[in-house]
Ligand binder design. Structure first.
Ligand SMILES: Nc1ncnc2c1ncn2[C@@H]1O[C@H](COP(=O)(O)OP(=O)(O)O)[C@@H](O)[C@H]1O
Ligand SMILES: [Mg+2]
Length: 222
């Protein structure tokens, strides 16, 4: 892609290969869609194109907000390439394993930023500790919006918290209070303006109440 200067490959996942570099001189990452060998090629293209287009649209719409998410710099659907601004930091999964940070204050900031995302009428859809970055200077970043949606529904927002809760208890059981800190940050956040035409986003208290209902459902069925 014109204007892209590659630095290094940083991640090869099931669906995308990500490298860091510069785009028009700006620190950036490039995501390239990867075909999955074991899937039907036409279905594969549809799914990954759908995810790439969801991510590109979400980042474009969030770019005028103050949210700590990448800016969309370029996107070429036909070749499955997207360029975003580089967010600094390590994945939360590694920060927690490392155990050197103030986890309480970090998790409160994570909750704060999730609430601000919800308050503009967006849900992330895949809130694991791989998709949250932490950097001393830049703070928390939310990345990987391929499963995101524009919605103000309480259920979808509760599910975001449920996904994070599952991830924390499965991968970071040593931080038994982590979710409570996330919720404290979530409830303390000041909501950003909502500019959509649906009902306004569910309140923080309603989302946490719904999370508890969802958790009850999950327990009951497992
Ligand atoms: N904008 C970005 N800034 C910094 N690192 C990024 C950015 N986007 C992706 N990454 C890095 O690449 C990894 C994979 O990207 P991600 O968007 O999560 O794709 P996948 O769908 O493969 O999980 C992330 O976990 C992160 O380490
Ligand atoms: Mg990811």
């Amino acid at each position: 892609m014109l204007a892209w200067e590659e630095e290094q490959l940083i991640h090869v996942g099931a669906e995308a290969a990500v490298s860091s570099g510069r785009f028009l001189g700006l620190p950036a990452v490039r995501k390239i869609r990867r075909p999955r060998a074991y899937r039907n090629p036409a279905l594969d293209r549809r799914l990954t194109t759908h995810r790439m287009s969801s991510e590109a649209k979400m980042l474009a719409r969030l770019s005028s907000s103050s949210l700590p998410v990448p800016r969309l710099l370029a996107c070429e659907m036909s070749s499955g390439i997207m360029v975003q601004s580089l967010r600094l930091g390590l994945q939360l999964v590694d920060v927690l394993r490392d155990g050197k940070s103030d986890v309480e204050s970090l998790m409160k900031k994570v909750g704060f930023n999730i609430r601000q995302l919800h308050s503009v009428g967006a849900v992330h859809g895949d809130l694991t500790t791989n998709n949250i970055l932490w950097d001393e200077q830049q703070g928390v970043s939310l990345i990987d919006f391929g499963l995101s949606q524009w919605t103000t529904e309480v259920e979808r927002m509760g599910l975001d918290l449920q996904v994070l809760s599952e991830c924390l208890s499965a991968s970071h059981p040593e931080y038994g209070d982590a979710l409570a800190w996330v919720f404290q940050g979530y409830e303390s956040a000041n909501d950003l303006p909502y500019n959509g035409s649906d009902l306004p986003p569910a309140s923080a208290a309603d989302v946490i109440a719904r999370y508890n209902v969802i958790r009850g459902r999950v327990r009951y069925h497992s």
